[in-house]
Unconditional design. Structure first.
Length: 293
């Protein structure tokens, strides 16, 4: 039976910035439009965190029963390392999805944006079928597309809409940037696993592109949000606050392009999440201040 610390590691806390960041940016946009609703922001955060932990457990379960995680560098896989029963990990994933659904339904009822129930259902289905089911789309090189959509526009604009009732152009631009940086987290993970994924038949985008081009893709995904910050800053100068995270990004791009591999990429994954969080926090403040300037 897995210990509590093993369950925590299996939840992959290094990925939690991908949950917190869209809520920071979306809430900043809502505040910038004149709306402050901490209760709804917290519900959005519960939805995001529960979905991220849920998808991590779902991936652990699905990859584990396929044997994909039998020989893998990185955080502990509960099923692959045989410290937890597959059914227990699957149940943990489903509980997380249920928590996300309950918090999401509450948020929708408060905002009366009833159509977002369908969006939430698609998000949960996307989380499960990333590596689950007979034809997981994560095994077909579509993981980055899903991550961009769900953690970028859907998460950011959904957070803004359920608080403010409307969406502005700066929020849209920032949602794209969050999507790019979140994709970079996934790419950092997948470039590390190219060799083992190829052997196990998991055709991620990284496997298709190869090591060199995947590293270039990572660099582009990290750099583009800062270019968007500059563009948004032309319209509203507080948006330039996102550039405060640029030194972190420069260091990451240098490490990845220089060929960091193995366990060094685990540190890159963590630091990419922290860069995403730093950019999102600074940009959220910029969005909130935008109404004043």
């Amino acid at each position: 039976m897995a210990t509590l610390s093993q369950w925590v590691e299996g939840a992959r806390p290094r990925t939690l910035p991908t949950a917190v960041s869209p809520v920071l940016v979306g809430t900043g946009a809502a505040i910038g439009s004149g709306t402050v609703d901490i209760g709804r922001a917290m519900l959005a955060l519960v939805v995001a965190v529960a979905l991220v932990i849920g998808v991590n457990f779902a991936n652990d379960y699905s990859d584990g029963i396929r044997g994909t995680d039998d020989d893998r560098v990185g955080p502990m896989r509960l099923v692959g390392s045989k410290v937890a029963a597959p059914t227990a990990v699957r149940t943990a994933a489903l509980v997380c999805f249920a928590i996300a659904a309950l918090a999401g339904l509450t948020l929708v009822s408060l905002s009366e944006a009833w159509w977002m129930i369908a969006a939430g259902a698609v998000c949960i289905a996307g989380a499960w079928f990333y590596t689950g089911g007979k034809r997981p789309y994560g095994y077909a090189g579509l993981g980055e597309v899903a991550v961009f959509v769900f953690f970028g526009p859907v998460a950011v604009l959904g957070t803004t809409l359920t608080q403010a009732g409307s969406i502005g152009p700066l929020a849209v631009v920032c949602s794209v940037a969050v999507g790019f940086l979140t994709c970079a987290v996934l790419v950092a993970n997948n470039v590390r696993d190219i060799a083992t994924d190829e052997v196990s038949g998991k055709r991620t985008l990284a496997v298709t592109l190869g090591d060199r081009d995947t590293r270039r893709l990572y660099a582009a995904l990290v750099v583009l949000p800062f270019l968007l910050s500059i563009g948004a800053g032309i319209r509203s100068w507080p948006m330039l606050l996102g550039l405060l995270a640029l030194p972190l990004a420069v260091g990451l791009v240098r490490r990845v392009l220089a060929g960091a591999d193995g366990r060094k990429l685990i540190k890159v994954l963590k630091d990419t999440g922290l860069t995403l969080l730093a950019w999102s926090a600074a940009t959220g403040v910029g969005l909130a201040l935008g109404a004043l300037f």
